[in-house]
Design a binder for this molecule. Sequence first.
Ligand SMILES: [Zn+2]
Length: 497
Amino acid sequence: MKTILWFGVTFLLLLGVVLYFFHDETDFLQTFSSNPKLEDVNTVYKVDVEVYPDKKTAKAYMKIFTKNDTGRKQDKIYFQVLANKFSDLDKLTSEAWRDFLGPHPEPGGLGFTKITVDGAVTDFKFNDTMLEIPIDNWEENETIELTMEFDINVPFNEGTFSYTEDNIFFANWLPTRTVYEKDGWYMNEFQPIGDPGYNEPADYFVSVTVPKEYHIATTGIEKSAPIEYETKKTYEFEAEKVREFAMCVMDPKYRVKSEEVDGITLRSWYTPDSEESYEIYHSAAKNAFEHFNQAFGENPYDEFDIVPGPKTFTGMEYPGMTVVNSNHYNSGESYFISTIVHEIAHQWWYAVVGNHPIEEPWLDESLTNYSTLQFLKEHYPELASYHSGRYQEITEQLPELSKNGQSISTPTSGFPNDELYAALVYGVGSQMFNKLEEEIGVKKMNEALAHYYGNNRFTFATKDDLLDSFRKVVGPQTETYFNQWLRNNPVEFEDVK
Ligand SMILES: [Zn+2]
């Protein structure tokens, strides 16, 4: 009797296992039609991750289809594992890293247990944040299939991949294929100043399992209602043509307000503490989507999440999502509107029109900050004059700020600290666009920016692409205007005519 019962239980368990894998395999086949075409993107990521919020850990399995579009045969591929910058904190001793980490950092990162290429287990090696995987004869236009298994230990610091008492922030956490530039694979070292994410658009299909009572906001959109188990639930997210897949795992007290705006579902997350003030930001965000859609061209994403984040930075942009300082929520101050609007403008300048965030950070940051100012002038004029006054003051300090050679167009690695980076790129850089707008008018300005947006969607734009749009729409003298400002000579537009 005992034996038979045991056999029966074993049989049912085995059947369950077989059905589970059959289900999983079917799901994979449906998602990829066995092999994705890779026409619009060169890489498709399928991720299965389970998050353990109590332990601040997770376990992930990743399947990656990637095409050799480098124009030559390759014998290896590189992935950026920026999360592993935090595995040995003793190496991060510069002033900028000390600021980034804060006073009580804890290490974290990804521990890889297995990597395969086209079904065969492979060796791999790390050089700081770069993961190198050998590939046998990777021919041009050939697609390979990699799998990766890894454990995630969420670090604690004042940056974007970290946690608070009620929220875990997964940013720059998944391995991503590094960018192949004209000189070869780009070795992303992760600079502590500016944004480290330098990725081509890719498609993501991500399944996330969390304890039943937790909430999730991500870059993607939910494919269907979560599948509920006894103590857990599994969400399936999809995100097409995005430069990264970010995610927040929030504890049960979080609530969300969801609203359709110009074809986008805007989701504002808040806690009981911020219930009274979050509406101010939600309505500013709503107006911002309408304003920028009209000014620069339609944003292609379907959903946008605003999540209260750590109190250590003002805000951080991701495709389809932003994390903003939760302290400001509790204050309910109108000043904070600028942060939300800035992160939304990044959906145009960063998420859709990409640029090299380390070499040319001004290209999205100065333009994003100017776009914010343009919005504020129309909707919050008092805030706008506060900010433009500040940018003008900073511009007048340019001789002092630039005495060691930095300018608006210095790469992030060329700045000693965040203060100088912010003053030049966010302050002087915004004023460069703002002063031009004062001369040519907002209508002409937006014609040039809509041209730039339309011509550079889902690429990495450069300074030349931006100048090209202004040359064509406004006139050839804009080139001299921008070049003078970028060389620390803030000229008036009428003087370069
Ligand atoms: Zn920004």
